[in-house]
Design a protein around this ligand. Structure first.
Ligand SMILES: [Ca+2]
Ligand SMILES: [Ca+2]
Length: 355
């Protein structure tokens, strides 16, 4: 064998090895790629199924709410009393019974009475009368107490304590009220006009909980901390918290006592109200109408002066917060919707948030 031939053979062998390596690497990449593609398609199928199931869940929830209202109407006709919304109603218990779809799908619905939360828009009644102007002092004092509680719960470090509860209370009321003059006399829009992009106080009811973050002195951290307690629905609602459907954490922000000297509920009041429920009774503003099931405000620990914002108990639920969560394997989709069923023929969708 000549020297030239030996050299050529010496080059061919590593070349074969390199090509082999490259080939196996590309086959590996190809296999991996097709595996990933397969996973993406399967995940996309699951996501589409979960999205469809979560949307459909809202329709199921609306049907449940309507059916329940109908049953309650029949009950009221036969017994002559209306018990208002309460947590033993069918809609309030759906979260305990998830629906299963095929082997992988699971739908969990949660339906809440919007009245079970503090409606921030109820703090600023529309139109201005003398009585309402007087009520705005009460609104401010209540909001200061409420914001102090929210800030307490955040357990902020010293350097993070940049929030002033009274300024926040005033700014929130000014953001909603119709005029441009702030409670402390300055122009409401000074702060908003200096933002990038500039805007102004809305001077109308809040449209969403997220909007709270746009108010001077607030931010998303504060809006998120307020979220479990508040609603903005119904937008023109003027009723306070329905203590017959509110969860314990919302009961703790019920503001009661004699006018001008009201306070947020302490643990005793929350416990008293929960006890009323355990006895299958309801808290009523007037007990005479149904003495068998009604417990008066003072008996429930809420004092003689009533609550602020005022609420007429028992209260029917007409606006519902629906959370529909669909799970397919490890893919989860959630829809949060707000539905107004006060018009018997057509439910009105007030808000739709897909998460
Ligand atoms: Ca104002
Ligand atoms: Ca205003």
């Amino acid at each position: 064998m000549t020297r030239r031939h030996r050299d050529q053979r010496g080059i061919v062998l590593p070349l074969v090895l390199i090509i082999g390596l490259l080939l196996s690497a590309s086959i590996f990449t190809f296999t991996r790629r097709s595996l990933i593609d397969g996973m993406i398609v399967r995940n996309r199928d699951k996501a589409a199924a979960a999205e469809a199931l979560a949307s459909g869940g809202v329709q199921i929830a609306i049907a449940i709410v309507f059916q329940d209202q109908y049953l309650k109407l029949l009950e009221a006709f036969s017994e002559g009393t209306r018990a208002g919304a309460k947590l033993t109603d069918q809609w309030a218990r759906v979260a305990d019974s998830p629906l299963y779809v095929g082997t992988e799908g699971k739908l969990t619905l949660r339906i809440e009475d919007a009245g079970a939360r503090l409606n921030l828009n109820a703090l600023v009644p529309t139109g201005v009368t003398e009585a309402e102007a007087a009520a705005s002092d009460e609104a401010e004092e209540f909001m200061v107490a409420f914001m102090e509680k929210i800030l307490d719960e955040l357990e902020l470090k010293t350097e993070e304590r940049i929030y002033d509860p009274r300024e926040m209370a005033q700014n929130l009321l000014d953001y909603i009220d119709e005029d441009d003059v702030a409670i402390n006399g300055r122009s409401e829009d000074e702060y908003y006009r200096n933002q990038d992009p500039p805007y102004t106080a809305a001077n109308r009811p809040l449209l969403s909980v997220e909007e709270i973050a746009m108010i001077e002195g607030f931010d998303t951290q504060i809006a998120d901390a307020m979220r479990p307690y508040v609603t903005v629905h119904p937008l023109l609602g003027e009723q306070g918290i329905n203590v017959n459907t509110a969860p314990p954490h919302v009961l703790s922000v019920v503001y009661s006592g004699s006018s001008g000297d009201r306070q947020l509920s302490d643990e005793d009041i929350v416990r008293d109200i929960m006890q009323v429920r355990e006895q299958e009774k309801i808290v009523c503003s007037q007990t005479e109408s149904a003495p068998d099931i009604c417990v008066g405000l003072s008996e429930a620990g809420l004092g003689f002066g009533g609550m602020y914002p005022e609420v007429d108990l028992p209260m029917e639920a007409t606006v519902f917060l629906i959370t529909s969560e669909a799970r397919f394997g490890d893919v989860v989709r959630r829809v949060e919707a707000v539905v107004d069923i006060s018009e018997r023929e057509t439910p009105r969708l007030l808000s739709w948030r897909a998460l």
